[in-house]
Write a protein that binds this ligand. Structure first.
Ligand code: GLN
Length: 471
């Protein structure tokens, strides 16, 4: 039975629960045990027992959910993998989590991540790294590395993460699973520990495209607690497409410097499948997208420096020192924040400082508008923009920790969509030297249904098999 359970997608497991073939508590316990014995470092907390009310199943069938540590869950440690929030148990639950729990996906555990979602390898966690189940010497990507590794390893049936510049799509790519970053505003940010508020979005990390659509449709919608959230303009259907006839795909980025040849090859093979399925393919230009990283590394640290000002030893988490107030602030932030977080606070504070605001933050915002305009132009000609998700496959632990700029390059292809606020999904395109390669499909705002449908057809044609990662 357990080998069978492991091979079911979340949607399939949920159907079996609804059909009475599996008891929800049995499914929960199966995954609870796998999560508790996870050897990859994917979890920071695992639920003790199956929730009493999971018997009903609901539309999500009682299938347990891995939740990134960035989400507040009432009474459960929620620290965004930062020592400064160690021991913090929020008095409320994030709206997205609350909605998924209400739809029948109980919380299985809190997944490891880069501290405050700053990173691309999960090595910036205050509680130790996560390993990639395809090769445990390698990183799972980040910042939602715990969610991605847990799903790929079969230690969570599905999970949620957050994406500010690539943190759902890049780890999904490196772990051989599906990751969706929704349109900005489609999902409430209430209860998500803030990193860069104009970019942060929550989304699913799943084994396949159908699971991603299923979770997504239960997360969306306006929330009175988040003024940037919106009523989703249409119903999100489960994907069913098997052909891509009449859909125009614009390819970007395969010729960019620094993309590994194995990544280019796997993406080209997937693009050939798009054509076999009837899709029209052309190369497109996004003239300003190459400046995305530069703009992102002004905007995101600037917003982070403001958002992280609240960690002062008074209101949340740890407190260091009992001298005067100023030294208590300084000691708390010195002891509680990791090196990358401190780097970002300093970068952001500088970028926002008097006399520099317009030169840095203002300029970066103008670049952001140019990138959004590039996408608008592109979507005049094509329906979906296709790029590699990450320029490389999973790299070795430690390989980029000494070189922040090399680490930042991981998000070259994902940051432009974040700046433009548009949705994008990463699906496995194939393997390069035994490691997964992700292909990214992006569309205009609120086109999640369409990009997931296209991804569904393509996923079937590619036939990626992730079983090797589920030991
Ligand atoms: N890797 C990027 C960063 O470090 C993106 C992180 C994210 O999307 N949360 O900022």
């Amino acid at each position: 039975m357990s080998a069978e359970l492991l091979e079911l997608t979340a949607a399939q497991a949920g159907e079996k629960v609804r059909a009475g073939e599996i008891k929800p508590a049995e499914l929960f316990d199966f995954y609870r045990q796998r999560a508790a014995s996870d050897q990859l470092g994917s979890y920071l907390w695992v639920a003790g027992e199956a929730p009493a009310d999971s018997a009903s199943g609901g539309p999500l069938g009682g299938v347990p959910l891995g939740v990134k540590d960035l989400f507040c869950v009432k009474g459960v440690p929620s620290a965004a993998a930062s020592r400064i929030l160690e021991g913090y148990k929020p008095p409320y639950t994030a709206t997205s989590v609350e909605r998924l729990v209400a739809a029948g996906a109980p919380v299985l555990g809190k997944t490891n991540m880069d501290e405050f979602a700053m990173g691309s390898s999960n090595e910036n966690s205050g509680f130790g790294p996560v390993r990639n189940p395809w090769d445990t010497e390698r990183v799972p990507g980040g910042s939602s590395g715990g969610s991605a590794a847990a799903v790929a390893a079969g230690n969570a049936p599905w999970a949620i993460g957050t994406d500010t510049g690539g943190s759902i799509r890049q780890p999904a790519s490196l772990c051989g699973i599906v990751g969706l970053k929704p349109t900005y505003g489609a999902v409430s940010r209430y209860g998500m520990i803030a990193f860069a508020s104009s970019l942060d979005q929550c989304g699913p990390l799943t084994r396949d495209v159908t699971d991603a659509a299923l979770l997504f449709r239960h997360m969306i919608g306006r929330d009175c607690c988040d003024s940037t959230s919106l009523d989703y303009p249409n119903e999100v259907e489960l994907p069913s497409a098997e052909r891509l006839d009449g859909i125009r795909f614009g390819i970007w980025g395969l010729g960019e410097e620094g993309v590994e040849p194995g990544v280019v090859e796997a993406c080209k093979a997937a693009i050939a499948k798009i054509e076999e399925l009837g899709g029209a393919v052309e190369e497109i230009e996004l003239p300003h997208a190459g400046y995305g990283l530069s703009a992102y590394y002004v905007i995101a640290p600037a917003e982070a420096s403001a958002n992280l000002a609240r960690y002062d030893g008074v209101r949340y988490g740890i407190r260091s020192g009992n001298g005067d107030l100023l030294s208590m602030y300084e000691n708390t932030r010195h002891d509680g924040f990791g090196a990358e977080v401190k780097r970002r606070i300093m970068l952001g504070t500088y970028a926002l400082s008097s006399g520099y605001y317009d030169a840095y933050y203002g300029t970066a915002q103008r670049v952001r508008t140019k990138i959004a305009d590039d996408f608008k132009d592109a979507f005049g000609r094509v329906d979906i923009v296709v790029t590699p998700t990450s320029p490389s496959v999973a790299f070795k632990l430690g390989e980029r920790t000494k070189d922040p700029l090399a680490m930042y390059l991981s998000d070259y292809f994902t940051v432009p969509m974040s700046l433009a606020g548009i949705p994008a999904v990463s699906i496995p395109a194939g393997l390069s030297e035994g490691l997964p390669v992700g292909l990214q499909l992006a569309g205009p705002a609120f086109s999640e249904g369409r990009i997931l449908d296209a991804a569904h057809a393509l996923e079937k044609a590619i036939g990626f098999d992730g079983a090797a990662a589920r030991g």
